[in-house]
Design a protein around this ligand. Structure first.
Ligand code: DAU
Length: 344
């Protein structure tokens, strides 16, 4: 499937992973048409896609819309004769879900439902739900495979788990050809600077403090964005409908070690690290068993340190991309999230 002249709807395609994936899909599959559907919230950015119209002409289209708006979704499906969907659209920042969860539930749960209904009505060939290792909750030892219990511990993770379960139910009940990928922490170009990597890189460039939560000993599994996109592309084509695929590299880092690496690449002093009050309910560790995906033939192409060094260099070379983002709404959020923490 998807090797003929098919149309792929990429929801949330103006965001970080979605925009990297839209570019990869167009580059890799010369027959494919891509429609990016995005609400353009604070984290969706047309600047992430500026090259696509120019490079790919009529094979690429953009539609502004919300996945939780049934009429807009239906109009996009009708107008573009959608054959397959990859759903990246989500509110994704854990700290924001702690400040207020409504948007997360609306997008991850109601939005997913809206897309699944459209996928069912239009009989799509594939529906891929992009999810997260956070649905398993913290994994203090070993690694979670796809059968691990879902024990999400923050509102973002719980909303993502809700979307996953709904998607699987549409496969079982309605026969929608649903696939789910659950990715580990992802970094690379075009990531909104609220997430730890771009936040710490851009703060360090400006000699601003890096607010490290608690003792910084929490552990994450890290992956370069293009490796994540390649896994999604493979599962879309070769995955088994009704199945979940973990996407992890096995590259684990404590936050403090990650922070020191970033400072090292930028030749900035460790005195910029400021330990601040921890995130409530902070998951201590994530770890994925990705054997099922590897059996399909996927391997990460970049080592963690090589990819991190390249990513740091990208942010250093592209202040015109991130500097305008660190203004307005971002500064309001930053004050709310870090104001008291940084004073303490
Ligand atoms: O694991 C996949 C998930 O990774 C995705 O599903 C989420 O959408 C994505 O946001 C990310 O979640 P995290 O909460 O792990 O990412 P974040 O970049 O917010 O934080 C990474 C680690 O760094 C986490 O242990 C918290 C810590 N941290 C984060 C920020 C923003 C800090 O110590 N200070 C900070 O200011």
């Amino acid at each position: 499937m998807l090797d003929k002249e098919n149309t792929l709807l990429i929801t949330g395609g103006a965001g970080f992973i979605g925009s990297n994936y839209a570019r990869m899909a167009l580059e890799r599959h010369p027959e494919l048409r891509v429609v990016v559907y995005d609400k353009l919230t604070y984290a969706g950015n047309l600047q992430n896609l500026t090259d696509l119209a120019f490079r790919f002409g009529p094979r690429y289209a953009f539609v502004q819309g919300d996945i939780a708006d049934p009429e807009a979704v239906e109009a996009a499906f009708r107008q573009h004769a959608v054959d397959a969907v990859v759903n990246f659209a989500a509110a994704t920042h854990v700290d924001r879900s702690i400040l207020g969860a409504e948007e997360f539930i609306q997008t991850e749960v109601f939005g997913t439902y809206t897309l699944l209904e459209a996928a069912r009505r239009h009989g799509v060939e594939r529906y891929l739900q992009v999810s997260s290792d956070e649905v398993y909750g913290q994994v203090l030892q070993g690694a979670a495979d796809e059968g691990h219990p879902l024990t999400p511990r923050n509102p973002y993770a719980a909303a993502k788990a809700g979307g996953d379960l709904l998607a699987l139910s549409y496969h079982t009940t309605h026969g929608v050809p649903v696939l789910i990928t659950r990715g580990c922490n992802t970094f690379g170009p075009y990531q909104y600077p609220e997430k730890v990597v771009p936040l710490f890189v851009t703060n360090a460039i400006d000699d601003q403090p890096l607010p490290l939560y608690g003792d910084g000993r929490q552990e994450r599994e890290w992956m370069y964005v293009l490796d994540h996109c390649a896994a999604i592309d493979l599962v879309l084509r070769q995955g088994q409908p009704g199945q979940v695929y973990n996407v992890g590299t096995g590259e684990h880092q404590e936050n403090i070690a990650l922070t020191r690496l970033i400072l090292g690449y930028l030749e900035k002093p460790e005195s910029l690290i400021q330990h601040v009050q921890d995130r409530p309910g902070h998951d201590h560790r994530y770890a994925l068993d990705s054997a099922k995906l590897r059996a399909l033939g996927w391997r990460p192409e970049r080592s963690f340190e090589e990819a991190l060094a390249e990513t740091v260099a990208w942010y250093r070379q592209h202040p015109e991309w991130w500097r305008p983002l660190k203004s307005g709404e971002f500064l309001e959020y930053y004050r709310r999230q870090y104001g008291e923490r940084l004073k303490g």
